[in-house]
Design a protein. Structure first.
Ligand SMILES: NC(=O)C1=CN([C@@H]2O[C@H](COP(=O)(O)OP(=O)(O)OC[C@H]3O[C@@H](n4cnc5c(N)ncnc54)[C@H](OP(=O)(O)O)[C@@H]3O)[C@@H](O)[C@H]2O)C=CC1
Ligand SMILES: CC(C)(CO)C(=O)C(=O)O
Length: 344
């Protein structure tokens, strides 16, 4: 392998353009595969990557190697898959027909099973699970802004060695984890807020500053944690407080929460969840891969998950439109009712 192995981003959207863009801005050889809309935008404006700490990086249009075609898969040593979960299977089939011998893959997606889906379609290849903790907003004209903190995590593996410097130079060091399943579940617990944020139709910071919305998140997390306990799954600790304490913190009055949860509220005031992005753009969301996973695990263990089940239904209703204008109080009442009527 050459001294600078080539990286390909498959699915140039918010995460792909931000992560790949920062790698490219710091000298890594990166090629992007994306849809026509994004390709045209980036070819016109280049990439502009900023973060909440003040990082400000540019890759001029003439230096971004981005295409709708899949030629980059034939030369890549490492492919970062950054499509939404529903697009993973198609991505895996495309990778299977194009990847060169020896190329490996990291899934930088939310949810639990994307890497597994890719592994099934790419026998004999190394496919690692990654986790992106921070929020990225597409701001138009090739600009992508990371509006919250966190370190990229990835399943521990020797093949990462040639890439560690490039990620570190890009300001995105890879934290390797021996139990990535625990990390994925911990991230999924945080992602239970995506459905609530999408239904709230508010920026994350504004939503999380209001107790009624936070109590909705607390209900979903509390239920999920009970299911994980039954299933004997121990989520990793990604936040200053352990996962089991977070629902209690979310339930605090606004003034107390603002003081105790400063870190949780340290989000760009305009940032919204990736599920809001999907609803807003009229796309199918990842709700089945997030709240839906809680419901599936509950069924496997013969327990109920009515709150997450109701959130799945409500997001599917919103996908089908027209969109209901929820208040935090109305959604909370709806979720409490769901919990009561299931008898849990
Ligand atoms: N955005 C965020 O802040 C965060 C997102 N994540 C997770 O990261 C993953 C990626 O999310 P995000 O970047 O927001 O998603 P985006 O929708 O912004 O980006 C994915 C892009 O990939 C494109 N795409 C899908 N299939 C193909 C294909 N076969 N060929 C070329 N392009 C394709 C999509 O186009 P189209 O829509 O037309 O299919 C879209 O433009 C998700 O699992 C998400 O949950 C994790 C942490 C934070
Ligand atoms: C970072 C976070 C939790 C919120 O933006 C996210 O994962 C998402 O939007 O999907």
């Amino acid at each position: 392998m050459a001294s600078s192995p080539e990286i390909c981003v498959f699915g140039a959207g918010s995460i792909g353009c931000y992560v790949g863009g920062r790698l490219a801005a710091n000298g890594a050889p990166v090629r992007f595969i994306g849809r026509e809309r994004v390709v045209a935008e980036v070819r016109a404006h280049g990439l502009h990557l900023t973060d909440w700490r003040g990082a400000d990086l540019k890759v001029p249009a003439s230096q971004v190697r981005i295409d709708t075609g899949q030629e980059a898969l034939g030369t890549a040593d490492l492919v970062l898959v950054t499509v939404k979960s529903a697009a993973t299977e198609e991505a895996g089939r495309t990778l299977a027909s194009r990847l060169k011998a020896g190329a490996s893959v990291i899934s930088f997606q939310n949810g639990l099973h994307n890497a597994q889906v890719l592994r099934g379609l790419l026998p004999g290849r190394t496919v690692l699970t990654g986790m992106v903790p921070f929020n990225v907003a597409a701001q138009g004209q090739g600009a992508f802004h990371a509006g919250s903190e966190g370190t990229l995590e990835v399943e521990q593996h020797a093949l990462l060695a040639p890439y560690l410097d490039a990620f570190a130079r890009a300001g995105l060091p890879l934290k390797q984890h021996a139990d990535i399943g625990a990390v994925q579940w911990a991230k999924l617990l945080l992602n239970l807020n995506n459905a609530i944020n999408a239904l709230a139709n508010l920026p994350l910071k504004e939503e999380l500053s209001q107790r009624a919305w936070r109590r909705c998140v607390a209900l979903a997390q509390h239920e999920a944690l009970a299911v994980l306990d039954v299933a004997r799954v121990k989520p990793a600790k990604l936040t200053p407080l352990p996962p089991h304490w977070i629902p209690r913190l979310l339930g605090m009055p606004d003034a107390v929460f603002a003081v105790l949860a400063k870190k949780m509220l340290a989000i760009d005031p305009k940032a919204r969840s990736s599920m809001w992005d999907d609803l807003h753009a009229g796309r199918k969301t990842e709700v089945d891969y997030l709240n839906g996973e809680v419901v599936r695990l509950a069924h496997q263990h013969r327990v109920a998950a009515p709150v997450n089940s109701r959130l799945v239904e409500l997001v599917h209703e919103a996908e089908a439109g027209p969109r209901r204008a929820w208040t935090g109080e109305a959604l909370l009442a709806e979720l409490e009712q769901a919990g009561r009527s299931s008898g849990s």
